[in-house]
Every structure is written in C-alpha cells, then in structure tokens.
Design a protein. Structure first.
Length: 360
C-alpha cells in the first residue's frame, strides 16, 4: 500500500484531490493529510472520508521543520503532494509576510524533511519515492491579450507577492532536483474552480453574492483573462504526472479555456437563472444590476493562458470537463451545500476541528 503525505488537504484543491484519489484507488492507498487549518482550511470538506482507516489527519504547520521531520520518521511516506500555501493574491498584497513564510520556508521544510527520510548514505534516494510540488501559472507573469501562451520554458516573471513566493518555492524545488537529484516534479496550473472553493475567489464569490442579491465586484475593466480548469481535472493531472511523468520535469496544466472575468460573471448569472426553479425567491435577486465595477487590483495581471502540450504528449492528460458542464456542476454543488457556505460566512466552520477531532 502506497502512503501519500498530502499537505494542505483541507483546502480547496487538496480536498478535491483526496476525494479523487480515494475514488480512483480505494483502499489500496493511505493518505496522511497535514494541514494547520488556516482560515482556508476546512475539515468539513473531508467529512465523508474522515473515518476511513486509510486516511489520517494531522494538524501541523509546515513552517515547523522539526515536526515535518518527525512525521516522516513516524510514517514510511512514498509520495508527497505539496499543496499547502497561502493562495489568495489580494491577501498577499495586504500582508506579504505570511506568504513568504508559508510558501517559501514551508516548502523548504517539506523538501528537507523528505530528503532527510529518503536519502541513502551514498547520496542517492530510496527507490520509488516521489515529491510533487503544486504550483501556479502566475509564476510566468502576465500575457498581453493576443500574446501567446505559457510554456514550461517561459521565463519566470511574477508580479504579486503571492506569485513571487510561489516562484521562489518552485526555484527551491528545482535547486533540490539539480543539486541533490531529489526525486520531484513541479506542476504549474491555471485557475481552478469547482466544489469546496473558498468564497474569496471569483467564481464562488459571484455565485454566493448573486444568490443573496449582493453586489458583484468587478476589478478594473473586467477584461482580465484567466484560463479556467475544473478542479477534478487538476487532481487527475497531478496524479498522472506523479505516476507517468518523467521525474525532475515541470508540467503545465490548463485546458485552453480562456475567459474574461466579466464573461464569467455573465455566464454565472445566466446559469443561475436557468437552474433556479420557478418560484424560488432567489430568482428575483439574481440580476445584472448587481454588477459593480470597483478599483482595480494593484499590479493586476492581464491574461494567463497555459499551453498544455507537454502534459498531453508525455502523460496523456487532457481536461475532461468543459466549462459549460463544469460551471453547472459547480453551481449545483453550491445549491446542494448551502449549509457549507453558511458555516463559512458565519465562521462556524472553524469550530469543526474542536468539535469533531480534538478529542480523538
Ligand atoms: P487554499 O487556500 O484553498 O488551501 C490551502 C490549504 O493549505 C488550507 O487548507 C490551509 O489550511 C493550508 N495551509 C496554509 N498554510 C499552511 C501551513 N503553514 N501549514 C499547513 N497547512 C497550511 O488553496 P488552493 O486554492 O487549494 O491551492 C492549493 C495549492 O494549489 C496552492 O499551493 C496554490 O498555490 C496552488 N494552485 C492553486 C490554484 C487555484 O486556482 N486555486 C491554481 C494553481 C495552483
Ligand atoms: O492562476 C492560478 C491562480 O488562480 C492561483 O495560483 C491562485 O491561488 C488563485 O487564487 C487564482 O488567482 P487569481 O487572482 O487569478 O484568482 P481570483 O479568483 O482571486 O481572481 C480571478 C480574477 O477575477 C482576477 O482577474 C481578479 C478578478 N476578481 C477577483 C475577485 C475576488 C474580480 O474582478 N473581483 C473579485 O471580487
């Protein structure tokens, strides 16, 4: 049985990845989820698998290097999938320090802990051990409206404190691969959307605000472009890279699904109108009149667009869920999980650990 150490598994993509992996591999894998539960960590995302014998949650901070070494000493880890990070660009503009601490120093701790556990006396690494660092397309900077795509060879040019911290973490992983021949991969993915996404990010924020008749804030002219990928396709891509990709390589993950922010907002409004049943009081609240142009994000990157050619050619990955289908699945999920959203907006979700876990 392979043992996975997943960092940040209580967050949006990490929890979707854990669900995906159990669906795919069932009881043939053990997943250890290491998460310190920042505001973005929500154990309710994993409620339906928390009692599985082959799932373990450890509340720990990746900034605590000794604790990370200890976790590796207590468990024979085969795979690391490193999601844990501060992930929201707006927060990084207001408070960069925690981004450097978690994203850069936290990643260094993960690399050191894995190296410490996996390195043999002759400097080679134990057979079959693999580390996957989950990163972002934002490290490549910004494209112009008609300005091509991000390839794995595109030079790094981050602009926000978030993307600069992720770029630094990528550089550390590259340095460990080059210096120690440390067995790793890096994936750089475009914008994800889907179930369990924290409502500070564009898509869940717009869905939630529209359903409550609240303003829909559009930064700048609303024409910034993001390349949207359904989160389960990202989870699948990570697994395929780790199992089929060439070690020491970087793979971009994205689905050629570029859309302007304002287009996304109109699609969400139209889809909500279409999916809400007649007589539902929320139908009257969902309206284009809620769209409100606000001050632009500082240093706002204009366009991101991934060229996924390498992962398609080498690993056979392609996105299965088109945007029209993915956004309907996402909206349906938010309809069916209103209580999940209510507990986030009230802050109650942060009590889940104390209520359900701390006595275990
Ligand atoms: P998220 O903010 O939803 O979740 C982050 C998780 O990490 C949370 O559970 C949080 O509690 C945990 N965490 C934060 N600091 C920690 C620490 N010091 N120790 C332990 N756990 C800690 O993030 P997400 O959107 O799921 O993103 C996950 C990863 O994927 C990040 O590395 C991000 O850079 C990357 N990524 C995200 C996207 C996207 O669109 N969301 C796209 C590409 C790459
Ligand atoms: O590209 C991958 C990245 O995507 C990830 O690395 C990040 O972790 C993730 O947060 C995401 O970053 P973005 O900044 O692109 O996502 P966000 O949802 O914050 O914003 C998407 C776009 O929408 C962006 O152009 C800013 C705009 N926006 C966002 C919010 C929250 C608005 O216009 N209004 C808003 O209220």
């Amino acid at each position: 049985m392979k043992t996975y150490l997943v960092t940040g598994g209580a967050g949006f993509i990490g929890s979707n990845y854990i669900h995906y992996m159990f669906k795919k591999y069932g009881d043939t894998i053990h997943i250890i989820n290491v998460d310190c539960l920042t505001y973005a960590g929500n154990l309710e995302n994993l409620k339906d698998i928390e009692d599985k014998e082959n799932y373990t949650f450890i509340k720990a901070d990746i900034c605590d290097g000794e604790r990370m070494i200890q976790i590796f000493e207590e468990n024979d880890i085969d795979r690391v999938v490193h999601f844990a990070a501060e992930s929201h660009v707006d927060r990084s503009i207001k408070n960069p320090d925690v981004f450097v601490k978690t994203n850069v120093l936290g990643t260094l701790n993960m690399l050191n802990a894995a190296k410490n556990a996996w390195e043999l006396p002759d400097g080679t690494f134990k057979e079959g051990k693999k580390f996957l660092h989950v990163s972002t397309d934002e490290v490549y900077g910004s494209l112009t409206e008609d300005g091509g795509y991000f390839y794995e060879t595109t030079p790094y040019a981050p602009h926000s404190p978030y993307s600069a911290s992720k770029a630094s973490s990528d550089m550390l992983v590259k340095a460990y691969m080059d210096t120690y021949h440390f067995p790793a991969n890096i994936t750089n993915c475009s914008n994800n959307y889907g179930p369990y996404q924290f409502p500070e990010k564009l898509i869940p924020l717009i869905i939630n605000n529209a359903l409550h008749g609240k303003k829909l804030p559009v930064y700048g002219d609303g024409k910034n472009v993001r390349d949207w990928l359904y989160v389960e396709d990202h989870a699948k891509g990570i697994d395929m890279v780790q199992e089929k990709g060439r070690l020491f390589e970087t793979y971009n993950i994205g689905g050629h699904n570029e859309k302007q922010n304002i287009e996304i907002i109109h699609i969400i409004l139209d889809t909500l109108q279409e999916m809400l049943p007649e007589g539902d009081p929320r139908k009257a609240l969902v309206s284009e009149d809620l769209i409100t142009y606000v001050e632009d994000r500082k240093g706002h990157d204009r366009r991101y667009a991934i060229a996924p050619d390498k992962i398609k050619a080498e690993v056979g990955w392609y996105p299965e869920t088109c945007f029209a289908e993915g956004i309907r699945k996402t909206i349906k999920w938010y309809f069916e999980h209103e209580d999940w959203m209510d507990r986030i907006t009230s802050g109650d979700y942060q009590k889940y650990y104390e209520d359900m876990y701390s006595h275990r």
